[in-house]
Write a protein that binds this ligand. Sequence first.
Ligand code: ADP
Ligand code: RBF
Ligand code: MG
Length: 428
Amino acid sequence: MRDDDNDCCCVIFDLDGTLINTEAIVDEAVVSTIKTMKKSVSEREIFDAAEDCRGQRPLEASVELCEKLDLHDVVKPAELLTKCGEKLQWDGIDIPDMPGAVRLLEFLKRKKVPMALATSTSRKELEKKMKSTGRTSDDGKHRGDLLSYFDAICCGDEVAKGKPDPEIFHLAMERLGVKREDAGRCLVFEDTPHGVSAAKAAGCCCVAVPSLRREKFDMYKGADRVYHSLMDIELEDFGLPKFEDWKEVKTVEFVKEDGDASLSSQTRKYERFLKLDAFLELTGPVIRGFGRGSKMLGIPTANLDVVPLKQQIDKLAPGIYFGFAKISSGKHKSTGIHRTVMSIGYNPFFNDKRKSIEPWLLREFEEDFYDETLSVLVCAYVRAECNFTTVENLIERIRKDARVCEEALDLDLVEGLDSWKHWFEDDV
Ligand code: ADP
Ligand code: RBF
Ligand code: MG
């Protein structure tokens, strides 16, 4: 327990959608199950309802789902749960970490901050999920190692009432030895509105990292802060030690986000970047994008197809990154290594429905290089994607991102490039 009266004394995490990415897998099982039962509801409606039910214990979520989609004539909530459960065996399924989850857990562990897990999942289901194959391939760690970060683990079947009731957070505090009157010094991480309601009802401070679509961000109004991803959390704002891995870029003047009232304003005064623990190589043919980069912004972006790269980019929070690019087939092959800043996400200013990967190579080319093979090495995270009130502000921000990249690379601030020597030497 941390001593200072104002310090945060413990951190409590939700699991699904907050630390591990099970939501897409669950949604898919729910949609495919309901589709066969009631032909008159569309996939879109099922997805939408499934999102709204997130965060609760399985049976309660199932009850809400049946109500929302008016399924009473075709199935009972308990039966729907069983049917979906049959599809969700987890065994052999790869459940990825949420981007930034392990960095956050590692840091808090190192700083000796007491941590608990408060999940709506039952103990049995948790055990199954922890046997999934996620993480194993990359870093030699097992999915189950995730549990070793926690001083207490509370499951949905250990409480009489599930989220949005506060009981599970009270239980987590009790197990960490935190008194009820200290609830305000407990920080909770949640991804769903139901989870946020539970944390606030328990009197805790609550950070939301929404797993719902942007259109539904209004539902997170109860949270103390809303962040785009776990990468963006400023722990010092909650009486916790400050992350030590961000690097400041001194000559680039800081610009504040100007168009996204739903997200917390930043208190920083400097531009910064975060070297990724593992660089990510993205390779594919340059495809046609939305046709507005050069025309509207004067900033051409050589789009890559997200479909074959989906698994890889899901490891990254949507956001702005920098690194290097090389063209490895076609007319521009052997033009060398080019610095690049890129957006990987939904471009909120344009409200894109599909994700895109858009690297802007920081040099001039006389001709287009569509269909040629582009390989990008993503090395560092700069910021979340944001919205802007004017196109000029968007352009100014992107140009600042380019300067962050240039300064970081000019001053050799990105470590670990040596181990990618082969990438820099092959094919250029
Ligand atoms: P689209 O919407 O089709 O991606 P853009 O206006 O973004 O169109 O232009 C991108 C194209 O411009 C790239 O596919 C590439 O062929 C070309 N291009 C020229 N210079 C650059 C550069 N410096 N960075 C990225 N792409 C460039
Ligand atoms: N679009 C946004 O809507 N918000 C952003 O914060 C944003 N940042 C960008 C940063 C960089 C470095 C680049 C290259 C693009 C960014 N864009 C952003 C994407 C821009 O909207 C996109 O390239 C154009 O829409 C062209 O398709
Ligand atoms: Mg483009």
